[in-house]
Write a protein that binds this ligand. Sequence first.
Ligand code: UTP
Length: 502
Amino acid sequence: MTISDIPDSELQALKTRYEQAGQGHVLQFLDQLAPAEQRELYDQLSAMDVERVNQIYTKAIAGAEAASKDQEAAVEPLSEDVFDSVIKASAETRNDWETLGLKQIAQGKVAVILMAGGQGTRLGSSAPKGCYDIKLPSSKSLFQLQAERILRLQDIARQYKKPGDQSEGIIPWYIMTSGPTHAATYAFFKSNNFFGLKEENVIFFQQGTLPCLTMEGKIILESKSKVAIAPDGNGGIYAAVQNTGVIQSLKERGVLYSHCYCVDNCLARVADPAFIGYCVSKNTDCGVKVAVKTAPEEPVGVVCVRNGRYGVVEYSEISQEVSEKRREDGSLAFGAANIANHFFSTEFLERVPSFASELEYHIAKKKIKYVDLETGEQIAPKTNSGMKLECFVFDVFPFAKQFSVLEVDRKEEFSPLKNAPGAGADCPETSRRDIIAQHIRFIEAAGGKVAGENVDDCEKVQFEISPWVSYAGEGLRDIVGGKTIQVPAIIETREDLIRACQ
Ligand code: UTP
């Protein structure tokens, strides 16, 4: 297929549309291109809604201006009634939440939605983040850890099945990818046999993309025949679940609740029954997990109330004075750090289109390769040359009917992989360290001990327990109580654990 298959009138109509939208420059090099490249550009431009792109730009600019004027307008901390804590709750309450969550899982009412469409630019790997090897003793990737947590949880939940219930208690895993991550993500799952999950229960869907724009709102050409595009942010999930049949699939499977999380959190408690049970017990349609913000200057978004509605304020949006405010007990008033773990009822996901036009777009300034419109040369800039436009997953909070927040223990649930090796924070070394430290805690909490070389250095010690054996520390006491495990010990099965304890 080349451009010669396109009637002249259609090509002309496309040119006119882009010119009228003030974006005619994207066709500037058309005559210099080979016929196949002309066709590529034609296809890309005809699939793009250029008027919508302009509207999004205008809205994003207006939103950024309003935010800078109205910085702290009516920002309040969360009130107690939306806020519970797994750390402060009694063992009985925690157990009630967990049991309720496991019952939902056993009845097939729970799905997991993974946001894995990001390009991971800071990490600097060319493969999708979920494929990354954080150098665990087992060499498992982030995807594999998450898959094994799902498998283990399905097993645990089976014990909560009601007699006569026909449900298989499957937790379907919906994986959101994007243009840049889709093919590699799918190929990785396929070549690893879906890590033991049934292929039919791992469903891939792609989020949308938007063109990258100059600071003045002009569409950027990456090459003479291609517009620079980027995924539309993790908030692209809402349009994607509508447009790709995910909602339909959830309904067909009888799923009422989804746990949605980011691929780069190696400690993510996938389909966490305590969180599910907590949100179900509060009749929640949209919920989020938070962790205690460690210091006023920590660069995290915090969940709060803004102009009377729930939302997230970014670190950069509040003054030092506000970020330093404390409650009577000394804790930070704005201390509910957003760890991007969400609960959605299927009904809520279905309702998003009714308020989608009110959702914000955010500007992310980036170094974007571009073609110089005068010389036709491609430039790889050293400073920010343009913007990506993104929706954020938390932008829907203000529209929840019943919003709930659960505080969790950061060291058990949150260790994001953002930065390249050696960065010292949120990097592969800290991911490995935090998982292994947790596994050692699991053994100690079950009355055992881990001993031997490097036990005090979780970046090096050769110790690991597979999620197949324990999801969150359960099921270990009978075997490890009173025992010492000598490293190296890579525990893949209960049999490995029994052997390691002899
Ligand atoms: P980040 O905002 O940290 O982006 O994503 P990133 O792509 O992982 O890394 P950088 O900023 O390029 O270095 C947080 C989560 O949101 C997902 C990511 O995959 C990650 O799980 N995400 C981000 C999407 O699913 N789609 C997007 O368009 C952006």
